[in-house]
Unconditional design. Sequence first.
Length: 586
Amino acid sequence: MNRILLLLIGFFFTLSGCKKFTEPAPQNNGNFENIYDEPALAHGLLLNGYTRLPTNGWSFNDVATDDAVSNDINNNYRKIATGQWSAMFNPLDQWTNSRAGIQYLNIFLAEADKVTWDSKDPMLNRMFNDKHKGEAYGLRAYLMYYMLQAHAGWAGGVLYGFPLVLEPETPESNFNQPRATFEACIKQIYSDLDKAEGLLPTDYKDIANAAEIPQKYNGIKVETYNRVFGKFFNQRLTARIAKAIRAKSALMAASQAYSAGNTTTWTEAANYTAQVLQLNGWLTNLDPNGVTWYTNIAEIDALASGASPREVLWRTNIGSSSDLEAANYPPTLSGQGRLNPTQNLVNAFPMSNGYPITNAASSGYNASTPYIGRDPRLAKYIVYNGNTIGPTNKVINTTIDLTTNDDGLNRRETSTRTGYYMRKLLRQDVSLNPTVNNQKHYRPHIRYTELFLNYAEAANEAWGPMANGGNPVSAYDVIKAIRARAGVGTTNGDAYLESIKADKDAMRTLIRNERRLELAFEGFRFWDLRRWNANLSEAVTGVSISASTYQPINVEARNYQDYMRFGPIPNSERLKYNALQQNNGW
């Protein structure tokens, strides 16, 4: 052993005499300048913009609204809805995430022209540079949109956004920058999107004819064009997506909570959205299966090469998992039952004849059989007492009658608090017991149904229910098509819709309700209530069922102050930088 130890010590000193073998070789320590000759490194800066998109995952901030509660006492959205929201505790914060993404994209845009994207073909080099810069401008605009959504607000009579930083920040930069106005921020978003559209194709697709090549790349071969702008790059940002981001941004800017602080109009919001829908063929291409896009199994399993289904403009990657189901299946299916839809939301579903359940004379609603004859979306989106879920179509019992029924109201910590469980978004072929059966899932960044609803809202505000502003369809046309697709009003010509089609206020109410239903649990309701200046503090209710008697119950109070329709600037940032104006009330 002594001889072996001496040999090892000798070997150690032999190596240390030659070089410091404990330190990494110089070539393993990359310098920033490496990005100019190694495009994969530069590309990594761009990819930071994609990885920081909030829509990469589900937030379920519906728990902070009148649409849902959570049975998880540690749920952050449950905390803010019940009075714990502050500038020091903000689960809706985008100051860190989006600002970091913008910084990476600023670095990329400052350096992209210096990167050798292709060392052999100058035209290829230019095309790759154009594409990547177009993506960067579009991603920066989208992250700015999320910054405005989360942090815009009034201070001292001015509607502010965030500090407009368009150049890379270094340790020597002045970080103590004031917030730009909302108007300046929204104009910058539009400017970035203009640049993105000028550099990107409408879609990534393989072309077969040189006539399809843009004039600015005249003379290149078809295969060369496809190498840069072909279908391989599906799911990356395109000019079509940039138009959709502009439409979403304009809808927010024109909305009631923001309109007094900027110049974007409802007409602009409607027409920006119309540009996207025009590319998609308007209502002729409304996906008949769009109501259940999340569980069209054959369609999801067949997606390849980054393609999106008809309903989806832009989506995330497809992954195989059972996480959503494990979190939200009822307990008897080995789930945690985390998200519980409210009675408030259930009441928002009309009868199948299209009339609201509050219209006693025409709807046919019967409080003793409350789920009979309802809008078909109710059964697809919500597990109520007697509805089914899961691979065996298990009938779920939410009554309080059976002491052995873990799915019953408040039976255990994973049981429903409202009398309902979420069904939407969950694949019905996932099983969790006795073995886990993972299935494919994806998350849409932008759905066409959202854009149709955006257009209907803006068009109604700009021109009224029946006018179209020179576009092929009106707000009325959109809502009629969406309700018909869902199976609402198909037996009576949607008599309710026909009765209000000349009433702008009634149409506004209906559009907002259709948006609530179609986009339920997808993270829209919280932001919609705020931008509409609507009530954030409506008490949340549920139902207790015993012996076929349905008793409404109070579930959770909401504790929002009026100033909370605009989110706070993080207190930690205010402590560091006194130039930052805090929104009123925070």
